[in-house]
Design a protein. Structure first.
Length: 101
């Protein structure tokens, strides 16, 4: 099992709208690919929130082949849509992790 993690620092200026968009639009679009088995959206605590809060969404996927399919077929379009909507008001980075235990 792998976890595809996207961590996002969100400007207070767009925070409420971005969070609604994540829950109502972005996460459902990722899950509609049929490649992920589950997800969770979390807010990081004990972080500097002067410029805005930090969130992570973690998508669970069974194996690397399915993840590679996601990257090749869906990732760029989803990422480009987010950049078009939020520009530099949201700074995100992605990581891929393996569940050990």
């Amino acid at each position: 099992m792998l976890i595809y993690n996207i961590t996002s620092k969100v400007s207070w200026y767009v925070h409420d709208e971005w969070l609604r968009w994540m829950i109502a639009t972005y996460i459902p679009r990722v899950m509609e690919t049929g490649l992920f088995v589950n997800y969770q959206l979390v807010k990081l605590l004990d972080t500097d929130e002067i410029e805005g809060p930090t969130y992570a969404v973690q998508y669970y996927i069974d194996n690397r082949d399915l993840y590679d399919e996601f990257v090749q077929v869906f990732a760029d379009g989803l990422r480009d849509n987010g950049i078009a909507l939020w520009g530099d008001q949201v700074i995100a980075f992605r990581t891929l992790m393996e569940v050990i235990n």
